[in-house]
Design a binder for this molecule. Structure first.
Ligand SMILES: C[S@@+](CC[C@H](N)C(=O)[O-])C[C@H]1O[C@@H](n2cnc3c(N)ncnc32)[C@H](O)[C@@H]1O
Length: 900
C-alpha cells in the first residue's frame, strides 16, 4: 500500500463519512461496513486490508453500496486481490530491470547455469562448483519469495472464486512490503521457480505471465505446491510505477466496475494491457482491472546462510516516499547530473508535462484528464519514439562502498488518450537497456580482427590503438562463449586519427567535462613524436567507471568475476577492465609487429595435440607441446618454471651490460643490471595456424575459464583474488593484462603522477632481454595494470611459495620483446584459497620509482619480513642483500658488514 495513498486516504475517510451521512443514516453505513468486513473476513482478508480499498471503492462507485455488495462483495474482494497482484507485478518489473542491468553477466550466467546443472551430481553443489552465486538464481529466488509472499491471499482468492469461503485462510494483515535485498549471505539452494516472466506484448506495467497466473488460479496441483511461508522483509527499494489509462474494452461485457470506469474515472484507473483482459472471464472484474497509481516495493526472501556466499548486493533501507521527492535519483558514479537535468528539463520544455510517479493518486485523478489531453497531442499512434521520450524511464543504479546498490526506475508515463497504443514493453526495455549501456560505458579499445593489416602493412599499427590479442581471433564473435566485442566496446580507429574520443566513451559515454579535459591533455601532451596521450590523460582521478558489482569484468570474460568485501568498506579502485593487453597509439612501444604471423603452423589442421608430430609452433620452443590434452601445463615444464623462479641461480639469469630497466629509472647514472630471469616460453597456435580454434595448443588466448572472485584480504593486502573452484596443478588461471608501455614511459608516468595516483609495480617483460646484445628503450616493455587491467591486477604477492607461477606465452608474434604473461597454478589449489604470485619484487631496491609495500604475504620465506627482522635482531648490523634473496633456503645468507 502506497504511503501517499494512506495519507490521502485519511482525509478521504473523513470526507466519505460525512458525505455518507447525508445519504443514509450512520447506523446503516456502519452496518454495511461491518457486513463488508465480515464478508471479507470470511475469505481471510483482514479489516486493515479491506478498509482502504473499501474507501476507494465507495468513492469510485459514488457510494453506491449495491455495487459493492453485489455478488457477495465480489468487487471489493477483487479490488483487494488486484492490489496484491500489482505489488507482485512491480516486483517482477524490478526483477526484470535487475536482469537487464546485468544483461551481459546474465549471458554468462546462463552458460554457467547449464554448466552447473551438469555438475550438480555432487551433493555440495551449488556454490563452489558453480562460479559465483548465480545472479539468475538470485533473481529466481527473489521472484519465488515474492510469489510465496502473496500466496496466502491468492489462495484465499481462489477459495473465494471457487465459492468455498473459509475463515481459516491465513491472510496477513498487510501485504508484504516488497524490498529488494540481496543479502551478503546468499541462499544457495538451487532455485526451483521460474524466472521473472515478461510478456513482450504487455504494456509498461508488467504482470506475471497471464498464462502462468491463470494456471496458478486454476491448477490445484500448482496451488498445492505453493507454500505460504512469509519471508522476512525489510523495506528498501522503491520502484515507481506509472499507470496507464484504462481503455474501454468493448469486447467484454461490462461489469459494474467497467460501467463506472466508463463514467469517466479513467484518471485513476490502470490497465496492464489490452491483451491482458482477454485472459479473464468476460464480465469478471479482472477483465477490467483497476489499479491506482502506486508506489510499490520489491521483496526478496531472508537469506539462508551458507558457506562461500560471498556476494553482496544490499539495497539501502527504505526509501522515504514523499510528495516532494525528486523525480530523478542520481547515482554517485554513473550519471552525469547535468545530463539528467538537461534531459529532464528538455522534457519539461515540451508540451507534455511529465506525470511523476510520486504524485499522489488523488492528484493524478484530478489532473489526469488535462494531462491526458496534452499527452494525446504529443503521442499519436505509431509515434512510439516520441512517446518513449515522454515516458522516458529513468533507470538509476547507485552503489555505495559497502556494496549496497540502489536501483530506481522512474517511469514518467504521461496519460495517453484511450485510443492510443501503449508503448510496448519491448520499447520500454530497450530504453532501459540503452540507458544501462550508456551508463556503464565500454572500457577497452578494440581493434577488430577485420581491421588487421596484412603483414605488409603491419607497421601502420604503430599509429593506432591496438588490442593485441585481437590478432588471435580469440574474441571472434563466433567463438564460443565470447560476447561480440562490437556489442560492448567501441571500435577505435587504428589509422592514427584517434582524437581521444575513446576516452570520452570510456568515461561513461557522456562526460562532457571529462572529454574536454582529455582533449586538453591530448593537445598539451601530444608532441611531434606522438608520445604519451593515454597515459597522461587517463588517470585514476579521471576514470570513474562503475564497476559492475555482479561482474567486475563487465561480461568481457567467459566467467563472471564476482566481488566481495567482508572486511571493510573499501571500494574497488578505479580502473578499466580489459580482457587483453592494449597499446595506445601514443605509446612509444616498438616491438616488431612485422614479425606477426612469422610463427605459424600452417601445415597443421584440427587439433595439433592429437597429431603425431609437434607442429611448427611447438618446434619454436622445446619441440614439444606445453599442454596436456586436459589443457594443463605439462609437469616437466611447470616444475622447471617454478624452480627457475624460486631458485634464482645465476645461470637462470641474464645480466645486461647496460640494463634498459636501470637506464629507464635513471638515464644519468644507471645502476648495474640486477639480472633478468631467462624464462621458458610457451608458443601457442593462433589465428594464422592451420589448426582449428579448439586446438589444444590454444589455452591462454581463450581467456579465463575458472571461477574467480575478487575479495578484500583480511591481512591488509588490499584486494586479492581467490578461486571458487578446486584447481589442478598446471591449470591456466589468467593472463596478467595491462597497458603495454616501455619502462621509460612507465617511469615517466610515475614522475609526473600526483600523489593521489597509485601505481602498482609494472610487470617487466624482460624474459628475453638476454637474446639481444643491447636493447633500445622502446624495446624494453612492461605491462602497467594501474589504469587498464584485468583480474590479475588483484593478485597479491607472496614471497617464494606462491601458488601461481607466471610463464611467458607467445601467441601472435615470435618477437621476444612482447609476450603475454600467463599465470598457471604451481600446485593444486582448493576452493576459496587466495591466489598468489611472487611479483619478484626486490624489497631492497630503494631506487625503484614505485615504493615497495610492506609485505604481508605470511610466507615463512617472506623476503621483506626477514629483512626487517634481521635488521632488528642484528641491531647495528647491516645485512647485505643476499644474491638470491632466499638465504635460508640456499644457505648463502651472509653478513656483509657491521658497524660498531
Ligand atoms: C597488483 S596490486 C594487488 C591488488 C591490490 N591489493 C589492490 O587492492 O588493488 C599490488 C598491491 O597490492 C598490495 N599487496 C599485494 N601483495 C601484498 C603483500 N603480500 N603484502 C602487502 N601488500 C600487498 C600492495 O599494495 C601492492 O602494491
Amino acid at each position: 500500500m502506497c504511503l501517499l495513498e494512506e495519507l490521502t486516504g485519511a482525509l478521504e475517510v473523513y470526507e466519505l463519512a460525512s458525505q455518507k451521512t447525508a445519504e443514509m443514516s450512520s447506523k446503516q453505513t456502519k452496518a454495511r461496513v461491518a457486513n463488508a468486513f465480515r464478508a471479507m473476513k470470511d475469505i481471510g482478508i483482514s479489516e486493515a486490508m479491506v478498509k482502504p480499498v473499501l474507501k476507494k471503492l465507495l468513492k469510485l462507485y459514488d457510494k453506491n453500496w449495491e455495487l459493492i455488495e453485489e455478488e457477495n462483495y465480489r468487487a471489493l474482494a477483487d479490488a483487494i486481490f488486484e492490489g496484491q497482484e500489482a505489488e507482485l507485478t512491480s516486483h517482477d518489473l524490478l526483477m526484470l530491470i535487475l536482469t537487464l542491468a546485468n544483461k551481459h553477466s546474465m549471458k554468462t550466467v546462463d552458460r554457467e547455469a547449464s554448466e552447473c546443472s551438469k555438475k550438480k551430481t555432487n551433493a555440495e553443489v551449488g556454490y563452489p562448483f558453480c562460479t559465483m552465486p548465480s545472479l539468475k538464481e538470485r533473481l529466481e529466488q527473489q521472484a519465488q519469495a515474492a510469489e510465496e509472499s502473496t500466496q496466502p491471499l491468492k489462495r484465499a482468492r481462489l477459495r473465494y472464486q471457487d465459492g468455498r469461503s473459509t475463515s481459516s485462510a491465513a491472510a496477513t494483515d498487510r501485504g508484504p512490503t516488497m524490498p529488494l535485498i540481496i543479502p551478503k549471505d546468499e541462499p544457495t539452494e538451487p532455485p526451483n521457480i521460474r524466472s521473472p516472466e515478461v510478456n513482450a506484448s504487455q504494456g509498461l506495467v508488467l504482470t506475471p505471465q497471464p498464462s502462468a497466473e491463470n494456471r496458478r488460479r486454476t491448477d490445484p496441483q500448482l496451488l498445492g505446491k505453493v507454500k505460504g511461508k512469509q519471508p522476512a522483509y525489510s523495506e528498501s527499494l522503491v520502484v515507481h510505477e506509472a499507470c496507464d489509462p484504462c481503455q474501454p474494452n468493448s469486447a467484454t461485457s461490462p461489469s459494474h466496475a467497467m460501467k463506472l470506469r466508463d463514467r469517466g474515472k479513467q484518471s485513476i484507473c490502470l490497465q496492464t494491457s489490452s491483451g491482458d483482459k482477454s485472459l479473464f472471464p468476460h464480465g469478471s472484474p479482472q477483465a477490467t482491472r483497476k489499479k491506482e497509481w502506486k508506489v510499490v516495493r520489491g521483496c526478496v526472501p531472508a537469506p539462508k546462510k551458507k558457506r562461500a556466499s560471498n556476494f553482496a548486493l544490499i539495497i539501502p533501507k527504505e526509501e522515504p516516499v514523499t510528495d516532494d521527492m525528486p523525480q530523478l535519483v542520481l547515482p554517485d558514479a554513473i550519471i552525469d547530473p547535468e545530463q539528467s537535468i538537461k534531459r529532464d528539463s528538455s522534457d519539461q520544455n515540451g508540451s507534455v508535462r511529465e506525470l511523476s510517479c510520486f504524485e499522489p493518486s488523488a492528484s493524478a485523478s484530478v489532473n489526469g484528464k488535462e494531462r491526458n489531453n496534452r499527452a494525446a497531442e504529443a503521442i499519436t499512434n505509431g509515434e512510439l519514439e516520441l512517446a518513449s521520450s515522454q515516458f522516458a524511464s529513468n533507470l538509476e543504479i547507485a552503489s555505495s562502498p559497502l556494496g549496497e546498490v540502489k536501483i530506481s526506475l522512474s517511469c514518467n508515463l504521461p496519460l495517453v488518450r484511450p485510443d492510443s497504443d501503449m508503448p510496448s514493453l519491448e520499447t520500454v526495455l530497450q530504453l532501459v537497456d540503452d540507458k544501462y549501456q550508456n551508463s556503464v560505458g565500454p572500457s577497452t579499445i578494440d581493434m577488430h580482427p577485420t581491421h588487421l593489416p596484412s603483414k605488409s602493412s603491419a607497421t601502420d599499427l604503430g599509429a593506432g590503438a591496438l588490442r593485441l590479442n585481437s590478432l588471435t581471433g580469440a574474441n571472434d564473435p563466433q567463438s564460443n562463449g565470447n560476447l561480440p566485442l562490437s556489442e560492448t566496446q567501441p571500435v577505435i580507429s587504428c589509422n592514427g586519427t584517434d582524437d581521444g574520443s575513446h576516452l570520452e566513451e570510456m568515461n561513461g559515454g557522456d562526460g562532457h567535462a571529462t572529454h574536454t579535459e582529455n582533449k586538453e591533455h591530448h593537445v598539451e601532451e601530444t608532441n611531434g613524436l606522438n608520445l604519451v596521450v593515454a597515459d597522461h590523460s587517463v588517470t585514476p582521478e579521471i576514470i570513474k567507471p562503475l564497476h559492475d558489482l555482479f561482474d567486475i569484468a563487465k561480461g568481457q570474460e567467459k566467467v563472471i568475476i564476482s566481488l566481495v568485501n567482508e572486511v571493510n568498506s573499501e571500494s574497488l579502485p578505479s580502473f578499466y577492465y580489459i580482457r587483453e593487453n592494449v597499446v595506445f597509439q601514443s605509446a612509444s612501444v616498438n616491438f616488431s609487429l612485422s614479425h606477426i604471423g612469422d610463427s605459424s603452423c600452417s601445415a597443421c589442421s584440427g587439433n595439433c595435440l592429437s597429431s603425431s608430430a609437434p607442429c611448427a609452433c611447438a618446434h619454436l620452443v622445446r619441440g614439444e607441446f606445453a599442454y596436456t590434452t586436459d589443457g594443463l601445463v605439462k609437469d616437466g615444464l611447470l616444475k622447471e618454471c617454478i624452480s627457475m623462479k624460486r631458485d634464482l641461480k645465476k645461470q637462470n639469469q641474464f645480466f645486461c651490460k647496460e640494463c634498459p630497466l636501470e637506464r629507464s629509472k635513471s638515464d644519468d647514472t644507471p645502476e648495474p643490471c640486477k639480472g633478468h630471469l631467462v624464462r621458458k616460453f610457451i608458443k601457442e597456435c593462433w589465428l594464422r595456424c592451420g589448426c582449428n580454434k579448439q586446438c589444444g595448443n590454444r589455452v591462454v588466448q581463450r581467456g579465463i575459464t575458472r571461477n574467480l572472485q575478487v575479495f578484500m584480504t583480511p591481512e591488509g593486502k588490499g584486494w586479492g583474488l581467490r578461486t571458487l573452484e578446486d584447481l589442478p596443478e598446471g591449470a591456466f588461471v589468467c593472463e596478467f593484462v595491462g597497458e603495454v608501455l616501455t619502462n621509460s614511459e612507465f617511469f615517466g608516468r610515475i614522475l609526473r603522477s600526483t600523489k593521489q595516483e597509485k601505481y602498482s609495480y609494472p610487470i617487466v617483460l624482460d624474459a628475453h632481454w638476454g637474446a639481444k646484445k643491447s636493447l633500445k628503450n622502446e624495446e624494453a616493455l612492461c605491462l602497467d595494470a594501474s589504469n587498464y587491467g584485468n583480474v590479475a591486477r588483484f593478485i597479491s604477492h607472496r614471497c617464494y611459495d606462491s601458488n601461481l607461477v607466471e610463464i611467458p606465452v607467445k601467441v601472435e608474434t615470435s618477437d621476444h620483446h612482447y609476450y603475454r604473461l600467463a599465470l598457471f597454478t604451481a600446485r593444486k589449489i582448493t576452493v576459496m584459497e587466495e591466489l598468489t604470485w611472487d611479483y619478484g619484487i626486490d624489497f631492497d631496491d630503494h631506487d625503484h620509482p614505485v615504493k615497495a609495500f610492506h609485505c604481508q604475504c605470511g610466507s615463512k620465506f617472506c623476503r621483506n619480513i626477514r629483512r626487517s627482522i634481521e635488521l632488528k635482531e642484528c641491531d647495528k648490523v647491516v645485512v647485505a642483500v643476499c644474491p638470491d634473496r632466499l638465504s635460508d633456503l640456499c644457505g648463502c645468507h651472509f653478513l656483509a658488514a657491521s658497524f660498531m
